[in-house]
Structure formats: structure tokens, C-alpha cells
Write a protein that binds this ligand. Structure first.
Ligand code: PGA
Length: 253
């Protein structure tokens, strides 16, 4: 059984004070839920303070990026060990904004994923096609290439530490969410590729959907068989909307 996983990617929003306010409110509303995993990914500057608030909470802490080297002359960057040092458990890697705004390549991302695992961080590998790739019928090939390359240095016995986030670039921050059927189709493709690569461990790997997830579309997305959770940007920035997403309605309940 895969535990549902609802993750908030705060991007470059929230000062320390604002982050603490948000996480305190989330803690009251969803801080003790055990039947699903709740994750917040604040900017680097707020990680340590947020971590201190979450000591008695079920809410987990994640970062939004890291460097693959342990340390060195990499001005402006952060290592996995530095994240672990302030209480971080998860790290988002290969987010489409890193790929398309900052030019991160599959090769670079393929170094970050095993580096995160070696440092005891759980990577959330983001993959997803651009609108022109979808229109050209390249969704499958793009997603499979990003998946295969991102996981190329992950051995089978480390695969259980990985989470995948399928985030079609055309759906991020645009209000155009993929339909549950469109998302499920790609999630099933990803599940199949994970099975081929990792065998039965693939059943334990969670595949999140991301791209304009909101309180009013989370229920139907979560009803799909291979959608195990969501990576939420804009709607994770207020306690009301993110709590509602975390408390999505189970199909049939
Ligand atoms: P969005 O962002 O929910 O604002 O579309 C999702 C993401 O970038 O992870």
C-alpha cells in the first residue's frame, strides 16, 4: 500500500515570519494525520525555523533543490548534508523551473538523485513535458527519457527512497490542470517503466501529480489508481487551501 503523499512546494515565497505563520496553522489543521504524509518545502532561508516548529508534528520537511557535490567552491549553492543538518528529509529535484528557467539538464539531475540518497535525503524527481512536446505527440518519449536518465544511477535496493512527480509544464502555475484521465495515462506509463527497471519495488514508489492542483480538483485526481498524491505550488501557500487538499475526499468514502 502506498501512503498518500501531499506536498507543498512554496517556491520563492515566504519570509521566515510568514513561513512560521503558515506552518503553525497547518500544524493545527493537519499536523497529526497519520494515514497520509504531508510535506512542506519552504525556501532555504526558512528551513531551520520551520524544522523547529515541526518537532512534534507529523508534517515532514523538504527542500526545493541541492547541489550534488558534498562541499566545494559552488557559490550560491547548498549541499545535501547542509539540508540534513537543519532537519530536512525530502528534496525536490529536477523541477521544471530548475530545468527550463535555470537550464538544468538530465545529466545534472542524474547526479543529484543518487547524491541525495547517499546523504539520507529522499528525492522527489520531477518530470514532465512542455506544451509543444505534448502537441507533437512526444509526451511519452520526453517523460520516459527524463525518468530513465534521472534514475540512471539509482540501484534497485535504493529505489524505495524515491518519489516521482509528474508535472506537465503546461499545467504549472497556469490554471490548466491535466484531466484526471490525462494524468492517470502518464502515471500508468511511469509505473510500467518503474516496474521494468525496479521490479516489484515499483509498487511502493509514489507517483505524485503536479500542475495547478487546487481544492476543487484534488478529489478527482486522487481517485485515479496510479495517482498517489500531489505536488502543489500556488495552492500550498495558504493554510485553508492546502489543508483542504490534504483532506481530499477519498473515492467511496
Ligand atoms: P502550481 O505549481 O500548483 O502552482 O501549478 C506546481 C509545482 O510547480 O510544483
Amino acid at each position: 500500500m502506498r501512503k498518500p503523499f501531499l506536498a507543498g512546494n512554496w517556491k520563492m515565497y515566504k519570509t521566515v515570519g510568514e513561513a512560521l505563520d503558515l506552518v503553525r496553522r497547518l500544524n493545527i489543521s493537519v499536523g497529526q494525520m497519520r494515514d497520509r504524509e504531508v510535506l512542506v518545502c519552504p525556501p532555504f532561508t526558512a528551513l531551520k525555523s520551520v524544522s523547529q516548529i515541526l518537532t512534534d508534528s507529523q508534517i515532514r520537511l523538504g527542500a526545493q533543490n541541492m547541489h550534488y557535490e558534498k562541499e566545494g567552491a559552488f557559490t550560491g549553492d547548498i549541499s545535501a548534508a547542509m539540508l540534513v543538518d537543519v532537519g530536512v528529509e525530502y528534496v525536490i529535484l529536477g523541477h521544471s523551473e530548475r530545468r527550463h528557467v535555470f537550464g538544468e539538464s538530465d545529466t545534472l539531475i542524474s547526479k543529484k538523485v543518487p547524491a541525495a540518497i547517499s546523504a539520507n535525503l529522499k528525492p522527489i524527481l520531477c518530470i514532465g513535458e512542455k506544451i509543444e512536446e505534448r502537441q507533437a505527440g512526444q509526451t511519452q518519449s520526453v517523460v520516459l527519457r527524463q525518468l530513465e536518465q534521472g534514475l540512471s544511477a539509482v540501484p534497485k535496493d535504493h529505489a524505495a527512497h524515491v518519489t516521482i512527480a509528474y508535472e506537465p509544464v503546461w499545467a504549472i502555475g497556469t490554471g490548466h490542470t491535466a484531466t484526471p484521465r490525462q494524468a492517470q495515462e502518464v502515471h500508468a506509463l511511469i509505473r510500467g517503466a518503474l516496474q521494468k527497471k525496479f521490479g516489484s519495488t515499483a509498487e511502493t514508489i509514489r507517483i505524485l501529480y503536479g500542475g495547478s492542483v487546487k481544492p476543487d480538483n484534488i478529489d478527482s485526481l486522487m481517485a485515479e489508481r496510479d495517482i498517489d498524491g500531489a505536488l502543489v505550488g500556488g495552492a500550498s501557500l495558504t493554510p485553508e487551501s492546502f489543508s483542504r487538499i490534504v483532506r481530499y475526499a477519498n473515492a467511496g468514502s
